[in-house]
Design a protein around this ligand. Structure first.
Ligand code: ZN
Length: 238
């Protein structure tokens, strides 16, 4: 075991109030690509960059194209939790971890057994009619063509926070609450450049900040330990 991982294990072993904050890197080891990373496939099949197609403006003005992209690229329903998801769920069962805060929308933490999951950007698994509010599971989106419609005629929209849309204030407030009272905060798989990751870290008041990130992002945060490796591989050793 490498020294930084041994140090990380010492910190997690001695903590009983861990909060985990994760980003896209947590899902990549489950085969879900980070749509922000450069991917030629997008450019071959779609005429706009992902950030454009996942914006509220695009949803409003190119609704059918939005759903074509969304069905093709944002739904990965066969993906399975990896070692990072499983370890976090195990820690919660043991009472060591109090909350998972995630920027991911794939529901993999819940699939691994985590219960307290704060989804800053929503979830593809929840969808609502924009006219009557009727709830729909993801199958309704998968099995629709063009713009998915409710029986009332309204458009069914995923509970996913698009670019230009604001985050759910209740979820943010709860995330801040958990980070404030955490004895250990682990940040994993996020470059910390995407709002609100960097802002949330400032609420942490403890001395056991850990950053696990392939590529070295977050090394300037003054963390007690920083691990530059894929998060699933790291957490499998804890
Ligand atoms: Zn409806």
């Amino acid at each position: 075991m490498d020294d930084t991982i041994r140090r990380l294990k010492e910190l997690t072993d001695s903590s009983d109030n861990i909060v985990f904050f994760g980003g896209a890197g947590v899902s990549t080891e489950s085969g879900i690509p980070d749509f922000r990373s450069v991917d030629g496939l997008y450019h071959q099949k779609f005429r706009y960059p992902p950030e454009t197609m996942l914006s509220h403006t695009f949803y409003e003005t190119h609704t059918e194209e939005f759903y074509d992209f969304y069905r093709a690229k944002m739904l990965a329903l066969d993906a399975q939790p990896n070692a990072a998801h499983r370890k976090l769920a195990e820690w919660e069962r043991q009472g060591k971890l109090k909350a998972v805060i995630t920027q991911n929308i794939d529901g993999l933490h819940q699939k691994a057994g985590s219960r307290k999951v704060l989804e800053l950007h929503g979830s593809v698994l929840r969808n609502h009619c924009t006219r009557c509010g009727q709830f729909y599971g993801v199958e309704r989106i998968v099995n629709s063509r063009g713009v998915p419609r409710c029986s009332c005629g309204g458009i069914i929209k995923p509970d996913v926070v698009l670019y230009e849309e604001s985050l759910d204030e209740d979820v943010m407030a709860e995330a801040i609450h958990y980070i404030r009272q955490a004895d250990m905060l682990i940040i994993g798989g996020t470059s910390l450049v995407v709002y609100p990751a960097a802002g949330l870290v400032q609420y942490y008041r403890g001395h056991k900040l850990a950053v696990i990130n392939k590529g070295g992002a977050g090394s300037g945060l003054g963390a007690a330990v920083t691990v530059d490796a894929p998060i699933g591989q790291v957490m499998a050793q804890l």
